[in-house]
Unconditional design. Structure first.
Length: 412
């Protein structure tokens, strides 16, 4: 087979000026594997977690390009877990409604622009059998997927069983599997059913009977190069943040808007926010009451079903959008979440704090003058600067009229 690259393109607002990816796609929060001869390049992951008092729920989205029989997904789980189908629209809507959006202040300048809930059918899957030190706890058919839940205290035996049953497990991920078997965790393995194409792939959600605010980041190491982007949406009682990683915020006062290109420097400011931690920080990009955006999900029945699962049982549900761009070395631990030290909300849309190449604008005395190449945003105000451009239009005629009047008065 020919090498098949797989990457993930993250949905972000275009105004942020973040790069997009155009190569073949695959993503997942659990380990998303392909055969060893495949060129694996996973660049971004997107997932959702709901933290309830009686259970925790993880949503994971797959985007994969390659032969259907080569797709494998493995997730370590604690306690009983159930796999269900989820809605891609649920992910898309969450991403769009919480994406950081930079706006420029309005200018008083002539001609200046402004800037479904699906039940899983239990069934016997093929001829899967327990072998040696590997125990099959359950099997199921979930839409286009076949799943199996496994238990083993022997990491080598587990990897051997997975490979023998056509799950592609790269050798590089074996130490990670050993870590989770040492913790006596079970594993859910998922792949496409025979005859199903990649166009049938849908996101899944995994419901854990044991509440746990932990994301298995170690599994994300499968298939990445030097770093990986991770976006996580957390539904919980109030704002959430990382407990065992540094937390950070983009300095919105220093985010600039360039009127010449109609773009912001948000991407650069995001990198500046995570730089002091060596790239290990999780940036809170938005934190808001779930009720403020819940109405949008009613437009799609399947997305609304996922929304209902996410907020059910939460008395005051919040959504926190966390994002990281983690170096491979940071994937040495799982992400633990906690209630944020700051309970204050953070809206995704905000006004740029610095304006670049601002057009000429009206001053309080009616003249039009140029501005500095960079100036602080002050709402509808405009600031004059040295080296102002020549007056234009009606303002120029008015200025010339005043000048002529002054000359006539001096001649008298």
């Amino acid at each position: 087979m020919k090498p098949t690259p797989w990457t993930r393109s993250l949905l972000l607002v275009a105004a942020l000026g973040l790069p997009t990816l155009s190569s073949n796609v695959a993503d997942a929060c659990g380990g998303c594997f392909a055969p060893s001869e495949t060129n694996q390049v996973v660049t971004d992951h997107v997932m959702v977690m709901a933290l309830h008092a009686s259970e925790s729920i993880l949503w994971d989205q797959f985007r994969y390009s390659g032969r259907p029989q080569d797709f494998s997904w493995v997730l370590p789980v604690q306690g009983d877990a159930t796999v269900e189908l989820a809605s891609g629209t649920f992910f898309d809507t969450l991403t769009q409604l919480t994406a950081p959006t930079v706006t420029a202040p309005a200018l008083v300048c002539p001609g200046a622009g402004r800037s479904g809930l699906f039940a899983s059918d239990s069934a016997t899957v093929g001829s899967l059998e327990s072998s040696g030190n590997v125990q099959i706890l359950s099997t199921a058919i979930v839409g286009p997927y076949q799943t199996v839940t496994l238990r083993s205290s022997d990491a080598d035996a587990l990897s051997t069983w997975l490979r023998a049953n056509s799950y592609a497990i790269p050798a590089s991920i074996e130490p990670v599997i050993r870590h989770y078997t040492d913790l006596r965790m079970d594993f859910i393995a998922l792949r496409l059913r025979p005859g199903e194409g990649i166009q049938a792939m849908q996101p899944v959600r995994v419901r854990f009977s044991t509440p746990s605010p932990v994301l298995p980041l170690r599994m994300v190491a499968a298939g990445i190069a030097d770093k990986v982007g991770v976006s996580l949406f957390v539904f919980s009682e109030g704002r959430s943040e990382a407990m065992n990683f540094p937390n950070a915020l983009v300095d919105r006062a220093r985010v600039s808007w360039d009127y010449n290109t109609n773009t912001s420097n948000y991407a650069a400011m995001f990198r500046a926010a995570i730089a002091p931690s060596g790239g290990r920080a999780w940036v809170t990009e938005a934190a808001l009451s779930a009720g403020s955006i819940g109405g949008t999900f009613t437009r799609d029945a399947e997305a609304y079903a996922d929304w209902g699962v996410a907020v059910r049982g939460l008395s005051r549900p919040w959504i926190t959008r966390l994002r990281a761009d983690l170096p491979a070395s940071a994937l040495d631990r799982d992400l633990q979440l906690q209630a944020a030290t700051s309970p204050v909300g953070l809206q995704p849309s905000f006004q740029a704090g610095v304006l670049v190449n601002r057009p000429p604008c009206a001053t309080d005395d009616g003249f039009y003058s140029g501005t500095d190449a960079t100036s602080s945003s002050r709402g509808l105000e405009c600031s004059a600067s040295p080296g102002a451009r020549a007056p234009r239009g009606l303002a120029a005629l008015f200025a010339l009229g005043l000048a002529a009047g002054v000359v006539r008065r001096r001649r008298r």
